[in-house]
Ligand binder design. Structure first.
Ligand SMILES: [Zn+2]
Length: 485
């Protein structure tokens, strides 16, 4: 049956501002994407083929960002041209076309350019700038057709069913398509590194000088394995790890972050010329991998996600032996001190966290959260006689709550951790400190643990009333399983 172009329904720009849920139906078709990249890495051809039930309210509502609208050309439905996409805000494929393919060409734009880093050896992109993405919950998959010696690094998990032999298909539609992620095409390799029950998909982008692959593998593996000292698991499926050399820097890893679009991706910006020791000494990889112990926490509640990563960047490095117990307490106390110095306004922690970037209140937000989780950890160990801790709470979170695409408010996560531990430790700490305009008081608890600060140096007292808890926190309780084991 010939398909008329008018059956493609274009949504006017104004509807693109509706919340996505307003555009999504309950039953959705299968959408299979094929992305073919040009050898110059500057262009891609995308084909999205739809198949589904004609009774579906619609096959798919595709997300169209402003950048994609400008970058897409030669849009066709079953090889017939369709009107210029630039006039439209979204794209809905109607139920009349339960089978058919949409295809287009797209100019890839570099997302590393804004940091001043580009390379002819790779193209780092944000897929929302070139992919007409399906809505969350869609049954959608993507595969790549790549030139010789070109690889792709992306956060999308492997699809459970692989429909066409000879290609590997990855799941799309797991998160909101407006969330950022990294997709890099270029002349590099993907290294699968086993960690507990999953593996990291490591890509080391080319640069000058070329980063030492063995060195990079070592510090990446070590910091990912450090997180296993919490409860033995890395509760994310095949996270993407993208290491990006950015030339001579003062630090080995000047910047790193976790992105949640499409799946879970970590990005490390490195000085490729530094030694293994310098990367191992940097706290950021352990901090970033610690983020993976929680699902996506709303940025308005950054004190929870950043607090956990800031607390564990020291605790986990003590447990795996990179820091001595004294060094770990020293760094924690120094962090608490920075957090206290960061209290420069009358605003509550909740207010500072929700406006963290605007207020530049990073120190207060990160270290207040770390102090709260430290207090919760000690209180749990005390009140349950060591049966529960922050680690067992996170083990419960790993079992119940890691669904991709869901954004948690901190209050709900704290309630969940109380349910897991059968206590009210987290919600009472939440209530006490998020509405406070002061840094959480940690001195009494530190004294009970026998940790004090004298003449700029941490001293540890084994005769303190709860000195045994200090060891419980800083010494390994769960030996991480061997790689691949
Ligand atoms: Zn962080």
């Amino acid at each position: 049956m010939p398909i008329k172009l008018t059956r493609l329904i274009f949504i006017l720009a104004v509807t693109a501002m509706l919340p996505l849920s307003a555009l999504t139906g309950s039953a959705l078709a299968t959408v299979s994407y094929t992305v073919e990249v040009n050898p110059d890495l500057k262009q891609a051809a995308v084909q999205a083929c739809f198949s589904g039930d004609p009774d579906d309210p619609h096959l798919a509502d595709l997300y169209l960002s402003g950048t994609a609208r400008r970058a897409i050309s030669r849009l066709r439905w079953n090889d017939q041209p369709v009107p210029d996409l630039r006039r439209w805000g979204g794209l809905q494929v109607s139920p009349d076309q339960q089978t058919g393919c949409l295809s287009y060409q797209v100019k890839l734009s570099s997302s590393s350019e804004r940091w001043g880093y580009t390379s002819s050896a790779y193209m780092l992109t944000d897929p929302k700038h070139w992919l007409l993405s399906p809505p969350p919950g869609a049954d959608a998959m993507v595969r790549f057709v790549l030139p010789d010696e070109v690889a792709v690094s992306h956060p999308w998990p492997r699809a459970e069913t692989q429909p066409v032999q000879g290609s590997v298909w990855y799941r799309l539609g797991l998160t909101d398509p407006s969330w950022s992620s990294n997709v890099a095409f270029g002349r590099f390799a993907i290294h699968n590194i086993p960690i507990a029950d999953t593996f990291l998909r490591l890509a080391v982008l080319p640069g000058t000088p070329l980063p030492d692959l063995n060195v990079t593998r070592q510090w990446v593996t070590e910091s990912a394995r450090a997180v296993l000292y919490s409860h033995g698991d890395l509760p994310q499926s095949e996270p993407q790890v993208l290491v990006m050399p950015i030339g001579r820097q003062r630090e080995a890893i000047p910047f790193a972050r976790v992105l949640r679009g499409g799946g879970v991706g970590l990005q490390f910006f490195i000085d490729p010329a530094q030694r293994l020791r310098d990367y191992r000494d940097d706290w950021k990889p352990t901090h970033e991998f610690s983020h993976l112990l929680l699902p996506y926490i709303s940025r308005r509640d950054a004190w929870l996600s950043e607090g956990l990563a800031s607390y564990y960047q020291n605790v986990m490095r003590a447990r795996d032996g990179r820091l001595s117990e004294r060094e770990a307490w020293d760094k924690l106390l120094a962090g608490f001190e920075r957090g206290r110095d960061g209290v420069t306004s009358n605003r509550t922690l909740a207010e500072e966290a929700s406006g963290m970037h605007r207020n530049q209140s990073y120190k207060r937000v990160y270290w207040s959260g770390a102090a709260m989780l430290f207090l919760a950890d000690v209180e749990l160990r005390k009140s349950t006689n060591g049966r529960h801790s922050l680690d067992t709470a996170l083990a419960g979170v790993a079992a119940c709550c890691m669904q991709l695409g869901k954004v948690w408010r901190a209050q709900d996560m704290m309630r969940e951790m109380d349910r897991i531990t059968g206590t009210d430790v987290f919600t009472s700490i939440y209530r006490r400190h998020t509405r406070s305009n002061r840094f959480p008081a940690v001195e009494t608890v530190l004294n009970e643990l026998g940790v004090s600060h004298r003449r700029g140096r941490v001293s540890l007292n084994d005769d303190a009333s709860s000195a045994h808890l200090r060891g419980q926190i800083m010494r390994p309780v769960v030996p991480p399983s061997e790689p691949g084991g």
